[in-house]
Design a protein around this ligand. Sequence first.
Ligand code: 8YV
Length: 332
Amino acid sequence: MPNTAKKPLVIVTRKLPDVVETRMRELFDARLNVDDKPRSQSELVEAVKTAQVLVPTVTDRIDRAVLSQSGPQLKLVANFGTGVDNIDLDTARNRGIIVTNTPGVLTEDTADMTMALILAVPRRLAEGTAYLKDHRNEWAGWSPTWMLGHRIYGKRLGIIGMGRIGQAVARRARAFGLQIHYHNRRPVAEEIEQELEATYWDSLDQMLARMDIISVNCPHTPATYHLLSARRLKLLKPTAYLVNTARGEVIDENELSRLVETGAIAGAGLDVFEHEPAINPKLLASNRVVALPHMGSATIEGRIDMGEKVIINIKTFLDGHAPPDRVHPAMF
Ligand code: 8YV
């Protein structure tokens, strides 16, 4: 007998990898976004009025205004992404809507990109590439004193947020001879500290003032919004580099732009921005900044794994079980 049961309506806000979309079509009544045009707030409202499951991403603001108009059929918001700062978790909980995310599968890719920025900024990678492209016929060849950057071996790396990604960054950084320091809500397990030879700083202020490179790897939550405030950014050494592959909102971008422009810090490697996709023009104008368009998890393998996680969360939930990646507001 063919299965004639009506498939659940799952609305996906952005284009996902083909294999993920194909599987979603098989399992669900999947409304996809094949031309990948970001949904407006009113389109998101329309979606939550009809969908049983909504699959948003970082570019969708699933805020109170949207969620408070959801119909009673909306039971699950299965985010395609690990960060859930795009979703109002309290409103979701109050309306009995479960939220899931995709942790774990983008850890290594994001840590790779963080390491790439830790190398790229002090060693002036982007500047060197841009020089060759823009001055193809002018390069006079090697010079002992030209394009000098700074050594990272032996320097102090301060990681803010020692979760999965922070630890994966620390493992890589150790292989490059960096000394690992970190600030976290609480110290990590002793065996992890020992493995990473990591030093815990209870005081973020004190850590900031003593590091050569700072890497932001914590989620954006109300508690971490502008954690690197104007006051704290001023604590950085003038020789320090700042790398952010987490969320732009953790740093006061205006103040950072000012410090970079005036040379009050040595440089920044940024994959995320406070008002994405807008970027403070001072950052883009500076040679001291390597800027990337939010590419931390941008590998085809990572995005397929994220899609697979979304499907497992939806399927498990629809089958009446607890989805593996349920997000509780208290987690953040
Ligand atoms: C994702 C990310 O690509 O998962 C996250 O939290 O920052 C990114 O790497 C994006 O969020 C997709 O929603």
